[in-house]
Design a protein. Structure first.
Length: 238
């Protein structure tokens, strides 16, 4: 039809969508399936614009005229068998299907698709429209304060650990100074350990282990919690 209209010089187009569906009395919504897919034509008429013309009407006019009630309107003319939809058994099956579809719809709507906009709309329906801005401000401020407090505790704990590591390493340097080798100001731990090993080769194993553990505790974020206790025990035994 569209091809013929265009060949005749009349603008025409195909529109695809849906027609009909099945009413779900449990969830109070319309179930639209792929079986309800439908396509029709539109042609452009002067002084009218786009006018809908459905060629399906020429083949099955009841499909276009009755729409969603197509099956219900024809059911009165059907020959009824034992398992007709009016029977109790089939009605029970339809009720179960409607219930399951309603549960799925609410799951999709209120769980998987529960966005911030829906939360605002829900609170407004409950009568919190006047207090909505104050409520959002309180929640936002409380959340910000909570996370700031957690960050402060973590940073303070990490600073305490770093300070304790520095004190233990300073005590280690004092022990080496007592043996005759002093650490220069701002001297890296790796350079100091090489000088200590060169002067005391018998302490090579202990000095390397202490230096590696110190650097790991001081500069690595993913150090093992037991490393600090191990480092403290090594300094005490040195």
């Amino acid at each position: 039809f569209v091809y013929l209209m265009r060949a005749a010089g009349i603008p025409a187009r195909i529109i695809a969508g849906y027609q009909g569906g099945e009413y779900n009395p449990v969830g109070n919504f319309l179930e639209v399936r792929q079986a309800d897919a439908h396509a029709w034509s539109e042609i452009w008429l002067k002084n009218k614009g786009w006018v809908r013309i459905d060629p399906t009407a020429a083949v099955a006019p009841e499909r276009v005229e009755l729409g969603i009630n197509f099956r219900d309107q024809l059911s009165s003319h059907e020959v009824r068998f034992a398992f007709h939809p009016s029977s109790a058994f089939i009605k029970l099956g339809l009720s179960i299907r409607h219930l399951l579809n309603s549960l799925d719809y609410n799951w999709q709507t209120w769980v998987l698709g529960y966005s911030f906009e829906k939360q605002i709309r829900f609170l407004t329906q409950l009568g919190f429209s006047g207090l909505l801005s104050e409520l959002l401000w309180i929640v936002s401020s409380g959340s910000l304060l909570f996370f700031a407090l957690i960050a402060f505790v973590i940073l303070r704990q990490r600073k305490k650990e770093h300070d304790k590591v520095a004190r233990l390493y300073l005590h280690y340097c004092e022990k080496l100074a007592a043996k005759g080798i002093k650490r220069h100001p701002s001297e890296p731990a790796s350079i100091f350990s090489k000088r200590a090993i060169a002067q005391f080769p018998t302490l090579e194993k202990e000095v390397k282990l202490i230096t590696e553990t110190y650097q790991r505790l001081r500069y690595e974020k993913s150090s093992h919690p037991n490393d600090l206790l191990f480092f403290q025990q090594m300094i005490r035994r040195f």
